[in-house]
Design a protein around this ligand. Sequence first.
Ligand code: SF4
Length: 349
Amino acid sequence: MSKRVMVRDVAVGGGAPVSIQSMTNVDSRDEKGLIEQIARLKDAGCEIIRIAVPDQESLDVFGSIRNKTDMPLVADIHFDYRLAIGSIKAGADKIRINPGNIGSPERVKAVVDVAKEHGIPIRVGVNSGSLEKDIVAKNNGVTAEGLAESALRNLKLIEDMGYDDLVVSIKSSNVAMNYQAHQIAAAKTEHPFHIGITEAGTVRRGKVKSAAGVGALLLSGIGDTIRVSLTADPCEEVYFAKEILEAIGLRKSKFDIVSCPTCGRTRIDLESLASDVENRLAAMDDLPEGLKIAVMGCVVNGPGEAAEADYGACGGDGKGVIIAQGKVIKTVDEKDIADELIKTIREGK
Ligand code: SF4
């Protein structure tokens, strides 16, 4: 099990639930825009929020919003160690640095000393796009071994400075390389992992890469906090991160819909029916948690899937049957399937 660090009131590692984080993408000098986006991210279910702090003006804004939100805030720093120190003093709950681009071990030590003084964790991030030159040369390019070596080297640099309140992240947009690098590094460190597929891309491709990359790592037991990276509104990252955690059973979903892909036997408009039922269930505030609902096209697999679900509907020729706890309770016209299924769920039959 990984070690545990605290990011304000959110535990990361040591068996704590996998937390969801995202990063603001409004201008870091825009205080009003940041406050608004932080509120939206919080409503979406984000638990840790990272903010880029690229200059003094952004640092001033960071300090100001620190006093206006209780959300755990991570300051993301590149190049300038003074901004890292300033962010910690301004109330950052964690900082993210890449020791390789901070300038010198002395400057890294100056940051570490202030983090230690304030008792906040440091996320040590390595990225395939900014791997140390000697590691790239040694491995004849960017490799999983090189990424892991860089992460472990940077962790050791800070450990040797007497600090181990650390989170490690290894980022590559190559899903397989990302996976292998984590396997190598995780075998050699107990620090908690921040995982994600960096620069995963637009919503459609980014979701697939993230589901594959983050899902595979979590199922192999690696990953304590996740960030889905999408070229989109950051709230989309949070919604999708939640869906990944629900899909692999690390979070309870409000409900689960099982529906078939349809085929030449289908005699009802199952696509419309399934999305209608899904939308109506999502809008129900009083739905018992964790219900499984099957919406199936015909009797080939329908009754079997519905029997394993709490409730189900199974299509026929212009008709459908409603099933509750494995028993057929009524046959209805196709146009009434959704209404009758929802009514049955509401009545808790
Ligand atoms: Fe086709 Fe029926 Fe299977 Fe759906 S449940 S895919 S309609 S055979």
